[in-house]
Design a binder for this molecule. Structure first.
Ligand code: NAP
Length: 309
């Protein structure tokens, strides 16, 4: 693609898509091979238990694709569905049952939960050994210290993608827009760790950041995770930046059969021509999140055998 880095000098900027479809397929193949090996060795089949509360359309879709992905790689999966009106104690009881079930390796509670249930309480009830979403404080604490643990699935998926495309990260300025516990905060920590991908100098932006555009313009890598469709515009991105779009928002669209379109946090049409690499939405980080969840579930299963050895 054509771009300009100084007045009058045109240069060729080959933008490459960070293809979630391709990378997640490659991750799933590796997970399937390892799962086949476990079975061949007479060991147990990795088992993911997913909990879905209520009838939220987006949550239904996410859980259905997670269950389908388990089938693809040869995992066992259980889907536990509960009414919107379930009490916090009933949900706690269900999770404790899964905590004590020897056959279950990973537990995933699809968020958001209904108002009567405190999400923090529920996350804390999941046994850290089965916390494949990586949201438990024990997992987060270990991640901060750089110890082996479950990394939250979306940030882990981003790392797998950067790794797949061998994107240079050391010494780069990474700007993360968003500081949520499930995306912004963990990816900012991971990118700053002394490892690959990592060793970035990281700036975390949020809704109170006053000079966001100026900060973004200094970024070699931008991770947009704020949940505002097409927020990041071309005039906020420097030439050759790597842009990772985490956003997934359903926007009403009468032209679609479903009645909505999925939008990312990046104005793809405007930003892509300036980038060296960029993730599309859909087809980017969302698919990697599921692949990372499978990696975590496999790790949960394999760790059992390592503990026994
Ligand atoms: P969240 O909990 O709502 O957090 C949003 C963050 O963005 C907050 O830290 C907020 O700042 C910040 N923010 C909001 N408006 C801003 C603005 N104008 N300028 C700068 N920062 C702003 O959202 P989340 O759970 O992290 O999710 C973010 C997006 O990623 C959503 O679209 C979500 O659907 C998507 N997502 C995708 C995946 C996937 O698999 N691809 C997984 C998870 C989430 P404050 O802290 O100041 O409020």
């Amino acid at each position: 693609m054509q771009g300009e880095n100084q007045p009058g000098v045109a240069y060729f900027c080959p933008m490459q898509l960070l293809d979630g479809k391709l990378v997640s397929r490659s991750v799933k193949e590796k997970v399937k091979d390892k799962t086949d090996l476990l079975k061949k060795e007479g060991k147990k089949t990795p088992h993911l238990a997913a909990i879905l509360v209520g009838n939220n359309g987006a949550s239904e879709t996410y859980v259905a694709s997670k269950v389908k992905s388990c089938e693809e790689v040869g995992f066992k999966s259980s889907l536990l569905r509960f009414e919107e009106t379930i009490s916090e104690q009933e949900l706690i009881n269900a999770i404790e049952k899964l905590n004590n079930d020897e056959d279950v390796d990973g537990i995933l509670v699809q968020l958001p939960l209904p108002k009567q249930i405190n999400e923090e309480t529920i996350i804390n009830i999941i046994h850290p050994d089965k916390d494949v979403d990586g949201f438990h404080p024990v997992s987060i604490g270990k991640m901060v210290q750089g110890l082996p643990t479950f990394i939250p699935a979306t940030p882990y998926g981003i790392l797998l993608m950067l790794e797949h495309y061998k994107i240079e990260t050391a010494g780069k300025h990474a700007v993360v827009i968003g500081r949520s516990n499930i995306v912004g905060r963990p990816i900012s920590i991971l990118l700053s760790r002394n490892s690959y991908p990592g060793n970035c100098t990281v700036t975390v932006c949020h809704s109170k950041t006053s000079n966001l555009k100026e900060i973004c313009l200094q970024a070699d890598i931008i991770v947009a995770a704020l949940g505002i469709p097409e927020f990041l515009k071309a005039d906020m991105v420097k030439e050759n930046a790597v842009v990772v779009d985490v956003g997934i928002t359903r926007v009403a669209d009468a032209s679609k059969k479903s009645g909505f379109a999925i939008k990312g946090d990046v104005d793809f049409a405007g930003v892509a021509p300036k980038c060296s690499y960029i993730t599309p939405v859909p087809g980017g980080v969302g698919l990697m999140t599921i692949a990372a969840l499978l990696m975590n579930t496999l790790m949960a299963c394999e760790t059992k055998y390592k503990k026994q050895a």
